[in-house]
Design a protein around this ligand. Structure first.
Ligand SMILES: Cc1cc2nc3c(=O)[nH]c(=O)nc-3n(C[C@H](O)[C@H](O)[C@H](O)COP(=O)(O)OP(=O)(O)OC[C@H]3O[C@@H](n4cnc5c(N)ncnc54)[C@H](O)[C@@H]3O)c2cc1C
Length: 307
């Protein structure tokens, strides 16, 4: 067991984790970041909607943030996957995929989520190129063109209605969605075409997705949206006893307004704890987690002194 104990271990070193660590490094706390290097947006070449970095590659944003963080001397970065965690506030133990063991007084969970795409031939190859989930992130570039939404379940009506703000929309029910009368009325009001075909294949050059329908017909679009289900990328939260909040498309870690989980000394931020998945949201919640974790360290130091 190592004798060194870090003030904070951050699990996940992307936008949320780096944002949390930055606040702590600036408060002169010792921070360990363990990162497996698989950001959710690694499939996209450009990122949009993050203040000051609109249109920049997702990797460039993360790499610049990491370089700035590593300029602080009390930050240790480990490229690995955290695989186990145990202990309690002021003495957690974390084991990683390389067999190393670390100790930390606090833990911040910032491991994000992974998307579970519907099983359609070609869709995973098109993810981040022609197929996206978030119209705020990628809808503008589709130039008010012809947009397809592939239904994945209950949220599909909402998705098609939202996407229609960005262009002329066709919703493919793909065997997963039966519209109610109210949906049909709203689709008519917004000129959303409803197509009951199954989708056999997704292909196309960047900016020009082509759907092959069940009867072999090809339909060309300027953009494609899908709302996939997602899962948390690891089970560290469960090992520590953190509760989750179910959403319609996947579980997230349950946190309060200060990003604290139900386990004392464990905080969570970013997509792992917020269904509103954008870099701006991840950075914002990460900063809150960093400050809240620092406050928690201050409070326990103060109570140690009083005792
Ligand atoms: C195709 C696509 C395009 C997108 N485009 C945009 C866009 O243009 N603009 C925008 O604002 N948002 C966009 N997003 C959303 C954005 O990717 C996420 O909101 C953002 O990445 C969340 O940041 P995060 O730090 O919470 O998690 P992530 O960026 O997903 O990072 C989590 C990190 O934790 C690591 N990790 C996981 N488990 C462990 C473990 N056990 N041990 C160590 N490390 C671990 C992962 O490997 C990863 O490095 C897009 C998403 C997708 C899928």
């Amino acid at each position: 067991m190592p004798t060194t104990i870090h003030d904070v271990a951050v699990i996940g070193g992307s936008y949320a984790g780096i944002s949390a660590a930055l606040q702590l490094a600036r408060a002169r706390k010792s921070v360990l970041i363990i990162d497996a290097g698989a950001r959710r947006n690694r499939f996209a070449s450009h990122s949009h909607g993050f203040l000051g970095r609109d249109g920049v590659s997702p990797a460039a944003i993360a790499e610049e943030a990491k370089a700035q963080l590593l300029a602080y001397p009390d930050v240790v970065w480990k490229d690995a996957r955290a695989v186990e965690a145990s202990g309690e506030m002021d003495d957690f133990t974390i084991g990683d995929s390389m067999g190393d063991i670390f100790r930390a007084r606090r833990i911040i969970l910032a491991g994000g989520v992974e998307d579970i795409l519907p099983e359609i031939d070609g869709l995973s190859e098109q993810w981040g190129i022609n197929a996206f989930s978030c119209p705020y992130c990628h809808g503008y570039e589709m130039q008010r063109g012809r947009l397809a939404v592939i239904a994945t379940g209950l949220m599909s009506a909402q998705k098609a209605i939202m996407v229609s703000e960005w262009g002329e929309t066709t919703l493919f029910s793909n065997g997963t969605f039966k519209p109610q009368d109210a949906d049909r009325a709203e689709f008519a009001r917004r000129n959303i075409a409803l197509h009951s075909s199954l989708i056999r294949r997704v292909a196309g050059m960047p900016g020009a997705p082509v759907l092959t329908l069940d009867d072999g017909t090809e339909a060309a679009f300027d953009g494609l949206f899908v709302t996939p289900e997602f899962r948390l990328t690891n089970d560290i939260h469960a090992q520590l006893g953190c509760t989750v909040d179910p959403t319609a498309i996947g579980d997230i870690i349950k946190v309060d307004a200060m990003q604290a989980t139900n386990i004392a000394g464990v905080f969570a931020c970013g997509d792992a704890a917020n269904p509103m998945a954008t870099i701006a949201m991840a950075v914002s919640r990460g900063a809150m987690a960093g400050v809240a974790t620092h406050r928690s360290l201050i409070m326990s130091a103060a109570s140690d002194k009083a005792a």
